[in-house]
Design a protein around this ligand. Sequence first.
Ligand code: NAD
Length: 313
Amino acid sequence: MKIAIAGAGAMGSRIGLMLHRAGNEVILIDRWAAHIQMIRDHGLRANYNGEDIVEHMQIYSPEEIDAKHESVDLIVALTKSMGLREMFEEIKPIITENTYVLSLMNGLGHAEDLAEFVDRDHIILGVTMWTAAMEGPGKVKLFGTGNIELQNLAPAGATFTKDVVQIFDDAGLNATYSQNVKYSIWRKACVNGTLNGLCTILDTNITGVGTTSTAAEMVQTIINEFALVAAKEGIELDQTEVYEHITATYDPAGIGLHYPSMYQDLIKNQRLTEIDYINGAVAAKGKKYGISTPYCTFLTQLVHAKEEILGAK
Ligand code: NAD
């Protein structure tokens, strides 16, 4: 199977590297010029669970993708959510009617964006608990373990999706075929929809948010807004389970001292956030369904205001 990774930042590099190491034909596509140059000159370097490794892989900028390139069987979408459409516009030359697209991005609404480029039968939805971090252009830090759940958006995609599960699993990515990936996507978005925005706006880590006297009401209200909107899309979020899961993360002996990715993107690196695909998506869907989502709406506005104040790009 010929695979393209569209968006080869931290997570795209992880998935691309692990698939390539397992012997698959993989190309990376990314628009970060310094990153491309480093990978071309030195290979993709990774601190892989403490061991320094190098994987020599092909990488192209989206502008370099043209009709000369062979089409691919599978594109794994791992841009940031707001960069997805622009990326797919540029890589159209490698998309044919046989190409499948898998989204492993966080957030909601990616199937709608991808349906502009491929048939719904060719969309695979995924959710992953793997993590990855950039150490600099051409270098990633890949620690810990994770898993991936995949499911086709429309019934006709099941056979191909099961092949993809096998390939990912063979590459050590702990992939399984999900019976309800939409639930997992909503659940993860809901977790991100509480901790990411609150840590970013309150300028603190997870324990910092969790130990405030207002955390319980803020977190429960946001979960409730997600649940009310999810229900309109046929997903019955288990609010108690999600709340207990979130409160368990407050423990400083666990991941409590961690600053979520949105905090690192915006506060540390002045980069734009995925808030429109998390709380912003719930606010937009809520409007469509006539459900009031004041906390998600306000948190989205606060994060956008912070992006402007910090001149995020
Ligand atoms: P990322 O920021 O590492 O990469 C996204 C894009 O930004 C890439 O095109 C990358 O080249 C570019 N980029 C990264 N650092 C840059 C810099 N300093 N200067 C210029 N460009 C830079 O994002 P990611 O963490 O790989 O996330 C991709 C998707 O995967 C998102 O939807 C994210 O929510 C999701 N995700 C990430 C993780 C994780 O641990 N990183 C885990 C699960 C899901």
